[in-house]
Design a protein around this ligand. Structure first.
Ligand code: ZN
Length: 300
């Protein structure tokens, strides 16, 4: 009798371990790349990692580049293996990477790897054509009309505006409404038509090659707060080869990542970039309210 009971307990434990290891294996692997940024990547990377892991769908690793002006020898020691991950999230705005890493990165996305680009990562690499194709539009770094058009809305239609001028600007940070304009994409399916986003910068006049992209959400940049007086794209998806890119223009700092709308769209966008599908359920409507910012902070 005792042996039977012991065997029973062992079997239950083995089954439980199998279920646990299965769920770990089913999680999507994400690699955050950081290390140089004119933004505080030391506080935003842990926030991004928490947001992704909080929904239970991802495990997140971090690869930090050498700091600015490092020796080539130090760069030689930095060799992230992109192909070990379902998606790569760029929280990086800094020096060009070594040529071999650039090549591996382009091959990774072209062959079907997922890419997520957050906020100032779209300021990076103005002179890297493949990267600019991946992000559709970017800002600063000397970008101007030579880098491509801006995305604009005229008479209710999305158009490409080739008016000459610098690419990249923002007014004073504040809370603003993000409008979801494509509702039948896996990332936005079942979400409300918009939400009030936490205090953040709103990038304007982003410019780029604008190839194979869809704007999922935009926001109005008010002139009174130093903005462009235009509707600006804030959530984009781009196809690059076999790869899928989720370009999230939002997220200046950890506080601007602390609202549930930002978190939900980042989680769903990352899942889509990794797999082409979204299984994460839409949050309750009150979690993405339009009349107030709903915050969700990590436990301290
Ligand atoms: Zn910023």
């Amino acid at each position: 009798m005792k042996i039977t009971r012991t065997l029973y307990i062992i079997t239950v434990c083995l089954l439980a371990a199998a279920v646990l290891s299965l769920s770990a294996a089913e999680k999507l692997k994400v690699l955050i790349v950081d290390g140089q940024n004119n933004h505080n990547w030391r506080t935003t990377t842990p926030m991004l990692k928490w947001i992704l892991e909080d929904c239970g769908r991802f495990t997140v690793a971090v690869s930090t580049t050498p700091p600015e002006k490092s020796s080539p020898d130090l760069w030689k020691e930095w060799h992230p293996t992109f192909t070990n991950y379902d998606a790569v999230l760029l929280n990086y705005n800094g020096e060009r990477w070594p040529a071999r890493v650039n090549q591996q990165f382009v091959e990774y996305v072209r062959n079907g790897g997922g890419l997520v680009v957050v906020h100032a990562a779209d300021n990076a690499f103005p002179d890297w054509p493949e990267f600019n194709d991946m992000i559709a539009v970017g800002g600063w770094g000397g970008r101007n009309e030579q880098n491509g058009p801006m995305i604009r809305w005229r008479d209710g239609k999305q158009v490409l505006d080739r008016t000459p001028g610098d690419g990249g600007t923002h007014g004073a940070a504040g809370p603003y409404v993000v409008n979801i304009i494509v509702t039948n994409h896996p990332i936005t399916m079942g979400l409300p038509s918009g939400w009030r986003h936490a205090k953040d910068e709103l990038y304007g006049r982003l410019r780029g090659p604008c190839k194979n992209f869809t704007v999922l959400a935009n926001a109005f940049s008010a002139k009174e707060t130093g903005g462009t007086g235009e509707v600006e794209p804030v959530l984009l998806v781009i196809n690059y080869g076999q790869g899928r890119v989720f370009h999230d223009v939002l997220g200046h700092d950890a506080d601007s990542m602390a609202d549930t709308g930002f978190q939900c769209t980042l989680q769903r966008g990352t899942e889509w970039a990794a797999t082409g599908k979204v299984t994460l359920p839409a949050p309750k409507p009150e979690a993405m309210a339009i009349d107030k910012v709903v915050m969700h902070q990590p436990p301290r």
